[in-house]
Design a protein around this ligand. Sequence first.
Ligand SMILES: *Cc1c(COP(=O)(O)O)cnc(C)c1O
Length: 441
Amino acid sequence: MREITEKSISDWIAEVPVIADVAAMKETVWMNDRLLPFDQAVRNSELTMDDVREASERLKRFSAYFQKAFPETRKDNGLIESPVCRIPEMQRAMEAKYGERIPGDLLIKLDSHLAVSGSIKARGGIYEVLCVAERIALEAGYLHLTDDYSVLCEEKCRKLFEKYAIAVGSTGNLGLSIGIIGAKLGFRVTVHMSADARQWKKDLLRSKGVLVKEYQNDYSAAVENGRKEAEKDPFCHFVDDENSRMLFLGYAVAAERLKRQLDEAGIAISREKPLYVYLPCGVGGGPGGVAFGLKMVFGDLVHCFFAEPVQSCCMMLGMATGLHNEISVRDFGLQNRTIADGLAVGRASGFVGRQMAPFMDGCYTVADERMSALLKMLADHENIWLEPSALAGMYGPVMLAPKRGGLPEGCHLVWATGGSMVPADEQQKYYQQGSLACREY
Ligand SMILES: *Cc1c(COP(=O)(O)O)cnc(C)c1O
C-alpha cells in the first residue's frame, strides 16, 4: 500500500502506460506480457488438472441430490449446465454498428440461464457449499461417497446442517447462489451485501429464510465484515470470494463440459481456428476459474480475456502493475461505481491474479453505456435478455480487433454471466437505459 501512495499517478503512467487510460476512465485494452506458453505455465501452477477433475467428480456425486431438490436440473441429469449458441444476428449487428469484422463464429455461453441461481455463481458458489455439506455429512456418517446423494434431502440431514452456518460477502449474485443452495440444504446462511446489491436479490434471499445484512459501502467492506463476523463462530464456514480455491475449481469444471458441447455442435478448435473467450470480471474467481479450466482443456489453443467496467478495473490494474490485491481502483481516483453490479469490485483477488498471471491473454474495460447498448442490441437481435454485467464480454471482439490489426479468424465465445432471474420491470429499465446509450455507444 505504501508504495502506491508514494508514487504519483504520472510516475505510475510512465511505468505502466495503460494506467493513463484507467485514470482517465477511457475504455482500453491491456495485453499480458507475462503470458507463458501453456506447458511452461502449467509446470509452475499451484492448481492442476487433477484439482479440476476432483471438483467435476464431486459435482457428479451430487447429481442425484439436484435431480430431487431442484427438478429443473433433471434435463441435464442433475448437473447445472448452460447451453452454448451461435448468435449470428448479433454478430452482423455489431459488425455493422462498430465497423469491425468478426471473422469466424460468434458464440455465447448462457450462464445467465444456469439452473438454481441464474448466474455464473451457480458454478462456484454452489460448488463450495456442496464441499462443506459433503464433508459434514461424511464426518457424521450420514453419507458415504458411493451413496445416492439424494439422501441429503432427508430431514435428518437438514437437522444436521442446521447446526452449521455459512456466511458470504457479495455484490448480489454470489449471495444468491450461496443463499439458495445453503438454505435448501438446511444451513443457517448470512449474506453480507454491498451497497451495489439490487433490492430484488435481497428480497428473494429473505424469502428463503436467509439473513441479509446490508452495507453502505462497497464489496470489499462487505467481505471484510462478513469474514470478521464469521471468525467468531466455530460452526460457521465463510465463503471467501477473495481467496477461495473451492469457488475457483467449481468454476473451472465449465471447461470440459464446454469442450463436449463444442464437439457435439461440430465446432473444432485448432491452430487455424483458435478459441477466444471474453469473460466479465469482478473479483476474478469466476473468470479466473473458467479460464483456468479452459487452459487445462485447450492449452495454447484458447485465449482468455477478462472484461471489466472502466470504473472497476481492479484485475487489469492488479495484473498490469503486478501488485494484484495490493492496489485498488480508488488509488487512481476511480469510484468503483457501475451499472454492472456483479462487477463492482475495486480490489481484485490476489490469489486469482497470481494464479492466472501466466495463463490469461489480457484485460479490457468497457463503459457502462457500452454494456447498456449491447444489452439492448442482444435483446433486439437474438431475444436474449441479460443483466448489464453479463454484457462486458460482448464487446471483446471489437475491442481487441485494432490491437491485432484486425481480429484473427477463430471461434469467439462471449461468456454471458447472469440475467435470467432479473424481474421483468427491472429488465425493462435496463432496456430503456440501453435505448439511450445506443445513440453514442
Ligand atoms: C460475479 C459475477 C461476475 C464475475 O465473477 P467474479 O468472480 O466476481 O470475478 C461476472 N458476471 C456476473 C453477472 C457476476 O455475478
